[in-house]
Design a protein around this ligand. Sequence first.
Ligand code: ATP
Length: 272
Amino acid sequence: MIVIDDISKRFGGISAVDHCSFRIETGRITGLIGPNGAGKTTLFNIIAGFIRPSGGRIWLDGEDITGLPPHHLFRRGLVRTFQIPREFGRMTVLENLMVVPPNQIGENLFATWFGWRRVQRQERNLQARAEEVLERLNLIHLRDQLAITLSGGQKKLLELGRTLMTDARVILLDEPGAGVNRTLLADLMRFIEYLNRERGCTFCIIEHDLDLVTRLCDHVVVMAAGKVLTQGSMEEIKQNPAVREAYLGSVALADSLNPPQPSPLPSEGSLS
Ligand code: ATP
C-alpha cells in the first residue's frame, strides 16, 4: 500500500535517511526497529508529511504523495499519532475524542445560530461514537476526567482511540510502548490487534520494546545509520548477525533480541 522508494534526508552534513526502500503492505503490521539515531523517526515524519525528503518518493496506493502536507494525508486515511497536545489536557477524556473528526457543523458560527438542531444531532452521534471507543479502550470510567490526570499508559490508549474517531486506514505509531506499564501495554496491544484484524487498519510501528514487536508485527524492517539493514519476520531478524552487530552499541537492545527468559504478558481482560 505504501511504497517507500529510495528516500533520503540530509540535515546539513548528517545523512539521517540514506536511500531507504521498503513497503508497508495493506492489512499488515510492519515494525520499524533499529538502534538510536538510525533514522526511524525522520523516515516516519517524511511518510506522514511533516518533513520533505531530500530525494526519493513515497507512494500511497499507486499515488505519489511525496511532500503532501499531513492534513492532505489525513484525508486520505494516513494518520500519525502524537502525544495529546498540552491544551487538550484541560478537556475531558470524552471531549478529547469528540474534537477529532474534522469539519464539524458546530465549528461554523452561522450553523450554531440557524442550524442548531443539526449541530445537536451531530454532537449526539459523536458522543455515542466516542463512548463506544472508550468502552473498547476500557477507559469509559474516566470519560469525564480531565485528560491531564491520566497516567502515561492511559494517555497512549487515548491517543490511539483518537484514530478510531477518524477513517484512518494507515496508522503510524511512534513508540506506543514507551513508558507504559505492562497491564496497560497488554490493553494497548489488544487494541492495535483489534484495529488491524477487525477494522482492517494497516500499521507501521517504531518500537524499541522487541517483545511488543515480536507479538504484533508481521514484518519487521531494521534500520541502522540511515539505511535499511534488513527486513523479514522477527524470527529471521533475530538470526541475522548483522542486526546484533548494529545493536551492539545498545547493550539492552542487543540482549532483548535474545532475551534469557521472556516474562509473560498479563492475561486477557486485565484492566488498569
Ligand atoms: P531514536 O530511536 O533515538 O529516536 P531514530 O532512529 O528515530 O532514533 P532519528 O531521530 O531519525 O533517529 O535521527 C537520525 C539522525 O538524524 C540522528 O543523527 C539525528 O541526530 C539526526 N537528526 C534528526 N533530526 C534532525 C534535525 N532536525 N536536525 C539535525 N539532525 C537531525
